[in-house]
Design a protein around this ligand. Structure first.
Ligand code: FAD
Length: 392
């Protein structure tokens, strides 16, 4: 089969690596580099990124890791231990120790909530915020988690998604960091595509997708087209209109920091529920020293964008950083805001579009993640669905 792929982000490249084994694949990418929002951006020896925080949400056991192995991409992913800690009143707590901070009544409520979530015995039509709001600390923790992982507030996150996310978490565990960062994943996929004689055309912006007896990308003819650009952008350039609902993007701000001293002891996430804006931070150099120059740590903070005033959001983030790093050496390397055509996710969790439009047009990427799929795990779930459909 002749397969055309629009976009060389993680979604397009993962699909390309898997399908190029048995099919003729051509990938069109409008930018001069590949990997989209999941690759490294070198700055003064620090491996910053075009988007992601160098983290794979379910580490070496999740959907992405499984698909990378299936494609033959040998990426070393180090699982975080612990998954994360929570900074409360200047002290770091493991998730299980947070209960000790609650009064008797809140403890009972929190234990009940936790059991209900584990059993999936929850009203699916409410938001995560509504589920948590009876216990003040639980709501703060929930906001830090959804802000970090989904770039949403707890009130913007549907409970139905949290139930699926929890199932995935119990199945696969928490995050991991690929050695070499995001780019290591992209480079391995590119090598596979090249070995399988797949073709990649860079600096080519696709203007038209046409689905008829055959499938066309501009004037190139294919049997099927897989689009890795957002569902909305795909529909804009396509002759068929398939969107029944509009995915809602999630927006966020990432601040990359250089520090010699470091601020975190582990390779997981330090959630910051008491910050004004920052939801959490990681220190990827605890796992892979090569992501910063010798003697330095790379710390990345993430915050969901709450208002439309990006400057104010950044200022509030910087004030949080000032408080978090009080008395420590640090230097801001880069501030990036993610919205519009380069958001955190093209569809926030719960607003994703189905991957299969018809038997000639397929969608992959973070506008069409699988249910309960956090970020690249959701992309991998969607890619698997498309690859299975095309192959069988
Ligand atoms: P993209 O990476 O956007 O790829 C789409 C590609 O299509 C792009 O390269 C684009 O240039 C190209 N394109 C667009 N239009 C055209 C056209 N007309 N013709 C040709 N090419 C075109 N996820 C995680 O799992 N872990 C994290 O730690 C994490 N942290 C994040 C932190 C931030 C601040 C952000 C912004 C995102 C984060 N994510 C994280 C999310 C993750 O980075 C994205 O979900 C993922 O990279 C999206 O991949 P994609 O393939 O869907 O899209």
């Amino acid at each position: 089969m002749k397969i055309g792929i629009v976009g060389g982000g993680l979604g397009g490249l993962l699909t390309g690596a898997l399908l190029s084994k048995n099919h003729e694949v051509v990938i069109f990418e409008k930018l001069p580099f590949l990997g989209g929002r999941f690759t490294n951006l070198e700055y003064e020896g620090f491996q910053l990124t075009t988007g992601a925080l160098h983290m794979i949400p379910h580490g070496d056991d999740g959907y992405l890791a499984q698909l990378l192995r299936k494609a033959g991409a040998n990426v070393k992913i180090i699982n975080s231990n612990p998954d994360g800690t929570f900074l409360i009143n200047g002290k770091e707590y493991l998730y299980r120790d947070l209960f000790s901070l609650l009064g008797f009544k809140d403890k009972i409520k929190a234990i009940t909530m936790s059991a209900k979530l584990k059993l999936g015995n929850v009203d699916k039509n409410i938001s995560f915020g509504e589920f948590l709001e009876d216990v003040e600390l639980a709501l703060k923790i929930g906001n830090a988690f959804t802000g970090w992982a989904l770039s949403l507030t707890a009130y913007e996150t549907p409970m139905s998604e949290i139930i699926e996310i929890a199932k995935n978490y119990y199945k696969f565990g928490g995050p991991g960091i690929p050695i070499g960062g995001c780019k290591a994943v992209i480079d391995k996929l590119l090598r596979i595509i090249k070995t399988n004689n797949g073709k990649i055309i860079k600096e080519y912006e696709v203007k038209k997708i046409e689905i008829d007896e055959k499938a066309y990308i501009d004037d190139y003819e294919f049997d099927v087209v897989v689009s890795n650009i957002s569902p909305i952008e795909t529909q804009k350039i396509c002759n068929i209109k398939f969107l029944k609902s509009k995915p809602k993007p999630s927006k966020g701000i990432k601040i990359s920091i250089a520090t010699k001293e470091g601020i975190i002891k582990h390779g997981g996430v330090l959630f910051t529920p008491e910050c004004e804006r920052i939801n959490g931070l990681n220190q990827v150099t605890n796992v892979d020293k090569s992501l910063a120059p010798e003697g330095w740590h790379l710390v990345m903070t993430h915050q969901a964008q709450i208002t439309n005033n990006v400057k104010k959001e950044i200022d509030l983030g910087l004030e949080d950083i000032d408080r978090l790093f009080k008395g420590k050496d640090y230097r801001i390397l880069h501030i990036q805001s993610y919205r519009e055509s380069w958001p955190v996710n093209h569809a926030s969790n719960g607003t994703d579009i189905d991957n299969i439009v018809n038997d000639k047009l397929f969608l992959v990427g973070d506008g069409c993640k699988g249910r309960g799929g956090i970020e690249v795990e959701g992309i991998a779930m969607g890619v698997l669905k498309v690859v299975n459909y095309i192959e069988h």
